[in-house]
Each structure stands twice: as structure tokens, then as C-alpha cells.
Design a binder for this molecule. Structure first.
Ligand SMILES: *Cc1c(COP(=O)(O)O)cnc(C)c1O
Length: 432
């Protein structure tokens, strides 16, 4: 991959890098038809310039205070994307030892900008992160705090930690991705956090470095972020009075995008988000950690797929594609909406109403139901938009289907970021 520097601020902040040219869908300077011919389908296609652009929107919106954007790796863990972001100064939010290994492979110096989240960290994962000297462990229970102290003592290193507090703030989003209420498994009740910091201060292996919060994902209104941070900020003031030298406030991720075809101004959304966080922080000047995932990568990506069959069952029309729920599970799992565009631009406005589905043996295997879409026929290509986040990272081999390839587009240059799985890959781990 070529070295990539910051995107020029002059580039348009269009919601998506997928546009028609000469009646054919392109990702930046590359035709999707050509990509399908060269790399096959289903294929994940990502625009490097849009990812950089989104990252720079954050850099700009938070320029007035010390901050680090720690990209949430679970949204899209492609090494090529991690490297692209790391080279622009990003840190990373990880949730497993596997993600730690990805950061190491993508850009080793970025390990010192890693925050480690998750409710069930295992000793080997904690050890690996301690040895890598990551920035901060986001601790989610009293038990984990004890485990962290024990592992740090065993390795004779000090562990910088933040308690991830549960602020009991409601964020309007899908129930599966809302995390900031006391009924959720995440975080430590903000009311008991203070006593845990006091306890931790007794261990010379623990360093109370920050306080963290994360209230959920795909959050469109920014007020809940302000409310959560306000509670965190007053906790930080109390902790300082108690004598703890709190250096960082981790505001988490969760900023949402617009999956519909309504106009969406990403720059405006980031500015609103920054203003909400500033409100919650008031005069607090601690180093701000941010953990955006979806917002940086979702709209940069599409899943390119070919129509296999168009069939009629009773009154319903089904468009069956070579991509399925194993490649992109969001519609099945969250009833998520993805815009779907035919790669060849339709000449008229005529549409049919159809279900766009995959070949997997489950009725839950759908991308869209009763969707108005231009008439397509077998062999045609369609693109599922906004598939850059929680797409490939949630892909599986269900139905023994090899997972898709991934390409990263930089202007007119195409880089294969991950080759398509083969039959050999599919069976490699099994013992007979
Ligand atoms: C998933 C997650 C994120 C990223 O969420 P997005 O909605 O993708 O921005 C950030 N922090 C933590 C702790 C997470 O679990």
C-alpha cells in the first residue's frame, strides 16, 4: 500500500464515495464493474479517501483541545484500514487480544495509543496488552480491576486504567447496541466508581489514568453524549479532590450515520458532536480520548454482489444475490437498512418491489424486504451501501461459504486488502 497523508480539506464531504459516471457506479475513480471482473463477487469495496476525510473531520472538530482519536477496531479491522488511520496519527480502541495483534501488525508504534475495552478480558489478553505497554485499560468490573493488578504485579509493570462507568443515560438506538443504562452488562455503576478508585490507589501496580464511558452505537442525537460526559466530568472533579491524578477522559464512540438516502452532512454531524462533548466537559481540560468506529468507515464501504436469480413466489418477487447474511448480517441481526444501487444506472424511474436476499437456508437471510428497486436481471451487479462498518468484521462461514475479498480504493488505484477465501482456507483448521 502506498503511503497516505491527510486528505486535502478541499475534497467534498459527500455522504458516500459511490457515484454514477457514464451511467455506471464508481467508487472514487474506479468502476465497480471492473472491480467485479477482476476480483469477483461478493466483494467489499472501501474508499481510502473517505476514511481519511472522516478522520480529519474529527481532528479538526477537536483541534482546540488535547485529544486522541482511538478508532474502534471492531467496526472494520482490515489491516490496510488500520494502517491508513495509524499513519495519520490515530490510536485504537480494541476489545480483544486478536485486535491487539492486528494493531501490532498494521502499525507497531500505534500500540502506545491503544485503549482496551470489553467486559470479559482474559488473563492472556491482559498480559499481551501489558507487555505492549498500551495507553489504558478500560476496566468494567471490580473483579477485572483485581485481575489487572495481579497480572501487572506478575509482569512487574504498572497498568494505567480507567474505570468504564455506566452513566445510566438513555441513548435512542437499537436495543442490541445501546449500552449506557444500568440494566446493561456494560460498565461500573457511576455511584460506586469513586470507592473503587480509592481501593485501586492502594495497589502500586495500578495507575488511575482516566475515566471512560461509552453509551452505545448508531446514536444520532448528540444530547445523550453531553449528558453522559457531564456525569463523567463531575466524577473526575471528585476523584481529583480525592487525590487521584486523572489525566484522560475517554468519551467512547457511538456517533451515528444516516443509512437512508436523505442528505447527510458528515462535517456538520461531527461539529454538533464536538459541541455536545464540549458542553459536557465544561472547563475540564483532561486529554480527551474518542472512540469512533462506524462514523469513520461505514459510508466508505459497499458490498458489491451479483444477481444470481430473479424469481416470483406468489405475489412476491425475490432478487437472489451471491452475497448473503454470512457476508453482511446487519439486516438480519438489527433489521438494519442499507440502500441498494444497481451498478448500471437505470435509464428511467420505473421500479419493481422485491425482496433482495441471499442464498443461505434461512428466511432471515435478507438484505431488504419489499424494496422499490430498478428492474435487475441475473448477472447484473448491485451495491449494498454503507457496508464499511460491522460488515466484514461480522462475516462468517455459515453454510460453508468462503468469506469475501476486500479492496481499498485510493483515487484510481486498487489495492487488494484481503484475498477471497479458498476451499483450502475453509477446511484448514479441521482435523479428520
Ligand atoms: C463498539 C464500541 C465503540 C465504537 O462504536 P461505534 O458505534 O462504531 O462508533 C467504541 N467504544 C466501545 C467501548 C465500543 O464497544
Amino acid at each position: 500500500m502506498k503511503k497516505k497523508t491527510a486528505a486535502s480539506p478541499a475534497t467534498s464531504a459527500a455522504a458516500r464515495p459511490f457515484v454514477y459516471r457514464n451511467r455506471s457506479l464508481y467508487c472514487d475513480g474506479v468502476s465497480l464493474t471492473a472491480l467485479a471482473e477482476q476480483h469477483g463477487t461478493p466483494l467489499y469495496v472501501y474508499s481510502a479517501s473517505q476514511i481519511s476525510e472522516r478522520f480529519q473531520l474529527f481532528q479538526k472538530a477537536f483541534a482546540s483541545r488535547p485529544h486522541t482519536v482511538c478508532y474502534a477496531v471492531k467496526a472494520n479491522s482490515s489491516l490496510a484500514i488500520l494502517r491508513l488511520l495509524a499513519r495519520q496519527g490515530a490510536g485504537f480502541d480494541i476489545v480483544s487480544g486478536g485486535e491487539l495483534e492486528r494493531v501490532r501488525r498494521a502499525h507497531k508504534p500505534a500500540l502506545k495509543k491503544v485503549v482496551f475495552s470489553g467486559v470479559g478480558k482474559q488473563p492472556w489478553e491482559i498480559d499481551a496488552a501489558l507487555k505492549a505497554d498500551i495507553l489504558q485499560f478500560n476496566v468494567e468490573s471490580e473483579m477485572e480491576l483485581d485481575l489487572l493488578a495481579a497480572r501487572a504485579q506478575a509482569l512487574k509493570v504498572r497498568a494505567r486504567f480507567a474505570l468504564r462507568v455506566n452513566p445510566d443515560v438513555f441513548a435512542e438506538t437499537h436495543p442490541y447496541i445501546s449500552t449506557g443504562l444500568s440494566e446493561h452488562k456494560f460498565g461500573i455503576d457511576i455511584k460506586v466508581a469513586r470507592s473503587l478508585y480509592r481501593r485501586a490507589a492502594k495497589s502500586k501496580w495500578l495507575e488511575a489514568y482516566g475515566v471512560s464511558v461509552h453509551i452505545g452505537s448508531q446514536i444520532r442525537k448528540v444530547d445523550p453524549f453531553a449528558a453522559a460526559l457531564e456525569r463523567v466530568t463531575s466524577l473526575v472533579a471528585e476523584l481529583r479532590r480525592d487525590g487521584h491524578d486523572i489525566r484522560a477522559i475517554d468519551a467512547g464512540g457511538g456517533l451515528g450515520i444516516d443509512y437512508s438516502d436523505a442528505p447527510f452532512n458528515a462535517a456538520h454531524q461531527v461539529d454538533r458532536y464536538a459541541a455536545a462533548l464540549a458542553k459536557g466537559l465544561a472547563s475540564e481540560t483532561a486529554h480527551l480520548l474518542l472512540e469512533p468506529g462506524r462514523f469513520l468507515v461505514a459510508q466508505a464501504g459497499a458490498l458489491l454482489t451479483r444477481v444470481l436469480v430473479v424469481k416470483q413466489n406468489g405475489s412476491k418477487t425475490f432478487i437472489i444475490t451471491d452475497a448473503a447474511m454470512n457476508d453482511l448480517i446487519r439486516p438480519a441481526l438489527y433489521h438494519a437498512h442499507h440502500e441498494i444501487l444497481p451498478v448500471r444506472q437505470p435509464s428511467g424511474k420505473r421500479t419493481i418491489t422485491a425482496d433482495i436476499v441471499g442464498p443461505v437456508c434461512e428466511s432471515g437471510d435478507f438484505f431488504a424486504r419489499d424494496r422499490a428497486i430498478a428492474q435487475v436481471k441475473p448477472g447484473d451487479l448491485v451495491a449494498l451501501l454503507d457496508a464499511g462498518a460491522y460488515g466484514m468484521t461480522q462475516a462468517s462461514n455459515y453454510n460453508s461459504r468462503p468469506r469475501p475479498a476486500e479492496v481499498l480504493i485510493e483515487g484510481t488505484q486498487v489495492t487488494l486488502a484481503r484475498r477471497r477465501e479458498t476451499m483450502r482456507d475453509l477446511l484448514a483448521q479441521e482435523i479428520l
